[in-house]
Design a protein around this ligand. Structure first.
Ligand SMILES: [Zn+2]
Ligand SMILES: [Zn+2]
Length: 344
């Protein structure tokens, strides 16, 4: 089959590779119909995260059609339209049995190669996945939209583990793809004011178009005072941080009221500088949110019912053979791209 293989950092080759094979009776072979490029692929592409060690076929945000199934598969058949979780979890460790499959001790992420494992992903004509991570697509949901279920699930998981209360005012720091999806989920779920912050004017405009009540540039010295004015002088009840660096995390902490919370989704920087006394003396709760823990059916339904608009977040659909071009553009932050979906 054809696949987009990263043989060395930053070099993607559209080339022939052996077809993936079904290894267990519970696996099936999927013809990939759409697969989107994740920020973590772009950050892994230069080796900086250590989670895309060549050779690797990346790609974990995908949807496709079942081609053939292992002998023990009962819930799916050839021809089914499906998407799948990015995390392959074991189902039997402490965390899986506790319902926290995203924290599985034996987790493997599709399209990731690190010190512990290598699992080829979906930047290819075909991929093999186990039955227990797959979901049937609702009628009318396109493969391109379905490929966005994974990032929408990441946003939904962060929302679900945060104590967002009735009519809470919420700030979203970072209006990139995940921040915009958090914003959509908040808009569909809470009645309070939603404030989005981003240094990029285009992204602030997109946040307004997607339902933010107010948007600010965190670099604007007047922004903090204006946000206090919008929140009775107290600050927001909840903040979500979708970048993962010292400056935006400090912004989120500076905006939240005493007793409020900040949910951390972004993880670009391995370590950050934390204003400890702000957190302790203002009694701010910090939540780390990892991947997706059971939110697939929820967000698929929300996407299918247009409660989360993902179609407008897709900046470009391109053939898989053009993978290198679109990775380079995303890596160099060209053309203000949000999401690029590749079609094998
Ligand atoms: Zn992803
Ligand atoms: Zn497990």
């Amino acid at each position: 089959m054809k696949a987009l293989l990263m043989k060395e950092y930053k070099k993607l080759t559209f080339t022939d590779v052996p077809d993936p094979v079904i290894e267990s009776g519970h696996d099936f072979l999927v013809k990939v119909k759409a697969v989107s490029i994740c920020g973590s692929d772009v950050h892994g592409f230069d080796g900086s995260t250590g989670r895309r060690k060549p050779p690797i076929i990346m790609g974990h945000e995908a949807a496709g059609e079942v081609v053939s199934t292992g002998k023990d598969v009962t819930g799916f058949k050839a021809g089914d339209r499906i998407t799948f979780d990015s995390t392959i979890y074991c189902g039997s460790c402490f965390y899986c049995r506790n319902g926290q499959v995203n924290l599985c001790d034996n987790r493997m992420v599709l399209g990731v190669s690190c010190d512990d494992y290598r699992r080829h992903g979906a930047f290819a004509e075909y991929v093999v996945v186990p039955e227990h991570i797959c979901f049937l697509l609702p009628e009318g949901l396109s493969y391109e939209e379905a490929a966005m279920t994974e990032p929408a699930g990441v946003a939904a998981h962060a929302f679900r583990l945060s104590p967002v209360g009735l009519n809470d005012t919420v700030a979203v720091v970072g209006a990139g793809l995940i921040g915009l999806l958090v914003l959509s989920i908040l808009r569909a779920s809470v009645s309070g004011k939603i404030i989005a912050l981003d240094t990029d004017g285009n992204r602030r405009k997109t946040a307004l178009d997607r339902g933010a009540d107010a948007v600010f540039d965190p670099a604007d010295p007047a922004a903090h005072k204006k946000i206090l004015d919008l929140t009775g002088g107290r600050g927001v009840d909840r903040a979500f941080e979708a970048v993962g660096a010292t400056a935006p995390i400090k912004t989120a902490l500076s905006l939240v009221r005493k007793g409020g919370s900040v949910t951390l989704i972004g993880n670009v920087s391995p370590t950050i500088e934390l204003p400890l006394q702000t957190v302790v003396t203002r009694q701010i709760s910090l939540f780390g949110s990892c991947a997706i823990g059971g939110e697939y059916p929820i967000v698929m339904d929300m996407i299918a019912r247009k409660k989360i608009d993902v179609a407008s977040l897709i900046s470009k659909k391109a053939p898989l053979s053009e993978g290198q071009i679109w990775f380079d553009k995303l890596y160099n932050r060209e053309d203000n791209l949000l999401k690029v979906v590749l079609i094998p």
